[in-house]
Design a protein around this ligand. Sequence first.
Ligand code: NAG
Ligand code: NAG
Ligand code: NAG
Ligand code: NAG
Ligand code: NAG
Ligand code: NAG
Length: 791
Amino acid sequence: MEINIGIKLILSRFCIVIALAIVCTAQTQYACDAKDPTVQAYAFCNMALPIRDRVEDLLARLTLQEKINQLVNGAANISRLGIPAYQWWQEALHGVAVSPGVNFGGLVPGATSFPLPLLTAASFNATLFYKIGQVVSTEGRAMHNIGRSGLTFWSPNVNIFRDPRWGRGQETPGEDPYLSSTFATFYVRGLQEVDALLISTNDSTSLGPSRLKVSSCCKHMTAYDVDNWNGIDRYHFDAQVTAQDLADTFNPPFQSCVEDGHVSSVMCSYNRVNGVPTCADYNLLTNTVRNSWSLNGYIVSDCDAVRVLFDDTNYAATAEDAVADVLRAGMDLNCGSFLAEHGLSAVTKGKITEADVNTALSNLLTVQMRLGLFDGDPTRQPYGELGPKDVCTNEHQQLALEAAQQGIVLLKNDANILPLSSSKFRTLAVIGPNANVTNTMIGNYAGIPCKYITPLAGLQSYATTLYAQGCANVACKDGSLINAATNVASEADATILIIGLDQSQEAETLDRTSLLLPGQQQQLIYNVLNATTNPVVIVIMAAGPIDVSFAKTDPRVSGILWVGYPGQAGGAAIAQVIFGDYNPGGRLPVTWYPQSFTQISMVDMHMRPNEVTGYPGRTYRFYTGPTVYHFGEGLSYTNYSYGFSSAPAQISVSKASTQPCSALQIAGLTQAEEEASCFHIIASDASCSSLKFQVGIKVSNTGSMDGSHAVLLFAVPPAGAPSDSPKKQLIGFRSVHVKTGTERKVSFNIRPCKDLSTAREDGERVLLGGTHTLSVGDAQFRLPVLSSLER
Ligand SMILES: *[C@@H]1O[C@H](CO)[C@@H](O)[C@H](O)[C@H]1NC(C)=O
Ligand SMILES: *[C@@H]1O[C@H](CO)[C@@H](O)[C@H](O)[C@H]1NC(C)=O
Ligand SMILES: *[C@@H]1O[C@H](CO)[C@@H](O)[C@H](O)[C@H]1NC(C)=O
Ligand SMILES: *[C@@H]1O[C@H](CO)[C@@H](O)[C@H](O)[C@H]1NC(C)=O
Ligand SMILES: *[C@@H]1O[C@H](CO)[C@@H](O)[C@H](O)[C@H]1NC(C)=O
Ligand SMILES: *[C@@H]1O[C@H](CO)[C@@H](O)[C@H](O)[C@H]1NC(C)=O
């Protein structure tokens, strides 16, 4: 969806003039006001009753029109029952964000603004994902308590960053389904989970563990990752996706979000998948999300996606058919107004029944009740003590800094030129269109940050700086500012070039067509390199990958850092990394492709390569072509080495459950190998899904600086596996701090049928017999999966 910054929920306010200061307090309206005895008597307000009963009671009191008016994001008031209007649409992608239900100002002028998720994901630190969620929900609750925000946040975005050109890749945790699943699970839990102490000691209601701190939403289901490319826009795009790619690439983050994160909402997307609009897909919404994954929550459309079914694409013959298509498929809430406009006539015309409306509304009311929206004054509920003092606290802002530090990726460091010592490099040239930016650092779905530390400001606390923009903006249409830049470079002890992209290049509704630096940015870099023999370090502030092969291979470029869109404290983090107060440990969450990749069509959704057509496939799991930097790449100011300290000698599965390998056409095995290992087993089979084991990894810091390091554990399928298997896949990660000269052990709990399995063409996951390989860095461990009669 796209937010019109101008849209704001208009709250009625009382302004009281106290001395010279004007204090505006939003009038907080809430249902079930304890001060109103009439309202309090309603069973739906009775906190001692089970939620199901309260929802049923409320439904029974509403007219059909009143019910229909609740199925849109701007839900109308039902003032005869003391229920205020409710704005469902809040955003919190990386901090409470400007959105229709969020109203910054007064006592809350801003909120903590974290890096965009793509950079946060580069930390490979699940604790960080969780803690950011906790801070965001604390700030959201605090704003809610004074009437400045609703409690339903439509974040995170867990679509797979499938194509480097996608304008919204910045919002996602990257290209890997396991990383995205983990991000979804932990960010959602951080947002939604109520402190256990708070429930047990203070909660006398029936809500118990179903209570939500705030409600989170995983979006946009599914296979949504084209915004506007080559004349194809997201509203009209019909993604052709195989069952295999859905099963092992596009859907896993949503499944984890629901099953492991217990998210209370899922959003269906604008695009169609194999001809069917996702918001009208019964199989996807009802069979899969609600029934198979057991969503306890509501399904919301992307904004205006219901109107799109009728007005833009003629998928539905009439407006009422569009209403029926989505409600019957299992969608509950329409972001937009289409359902409120056409819902009643859909019932009158017999396209839907009141029971369809009740089903959707029950799902919505249940989430509202779990949030306490029918429990009266929010300041008398758990988290009721939160207020403006809990927004932008030092602790929250410190976490925004930590997130940026942990995500930054060191890509090149010739002759260990970094970190710079501030006693040696006293004068720095700081150059580039992103060298002194504010807004650029907070990307899209941004709030109003507590404050900014620009890269220039960050570097100024370490050295005397000579600043030159070099280009007027990232588009860098002309070279008129380049001379001034080369002048400062020639006078400095070292040059930091801060270049890249911003929302004018990659954004919602704007995909890129090139992977090169825009305009004259590369020219700027070349000119600077010619102007100095002192070290030059390039800092890439951008989300989507950029083909910087020229800088990677040019010996005059001493260092390269990728800093994503690093949030409000980005400049401080960049400077601390450059001067060695933080040892970088981030690793790329996406493959960096060369410019030649743009020859393939962005709308070809296939993940797997095709030898016949020369299509190279996508992401590190399948892509067969050259890369500029690979998934997981990232250096440090120290060195690490790995070893396997424990792992099982073999995994045996019950022979009775296996299927012969002939079905998978595994070739090239000796007869003995065939007998022992040529089989596969359906991953969901009970004898398979119950298998688990532990792997222990030793990580040694062999260099001369302490550091935090993300250990990435991959699995490689057995030799002779079907050619459509991934080359390797991430099955675990853990970020650990390792002091120089010491060793740490990390252990991973592996469920082979979930983690080592691969998707068959029909979308079924299977575990292949044979010798799988586990790998961490250079260390490898061979793990045979055998069938045995004994099991
Ligand atoms: C409820 O909504 C109606 C229709 O929009 C509006 O006229 C009325 O003022 C609202 N009542 C309250 C108490 O907000
Ligand atoms: C919950 O109870 C604890 C201890 O009983 C108290 O310190 C805390 O303030 C209470 N919190 C709320 C929100 O009432
Ligand atoms: C850098 O940006 C800040 C914030 O926008 C601005 O106040 C300052 O003047 C800029 N510095 C230079 C040297 O342009
Ligand atoms: C840089 O210097 C080299 C050799 O001196 C020259 O060939 C090249 O054209 C120069 N490039 C720029 C961008 O000035
Ligand atoms: C890491 O080890 C490599 C190879 O031994 C060495 O060239 C490099 O300088 C080391 N890097 C650091 C940061 O110690
Ligand atoms: C993971 O993130 C948390 C929160 O920032 C931090 O306290 C912890 O040190 C991080 N772990 C590592 C190994 O850096």
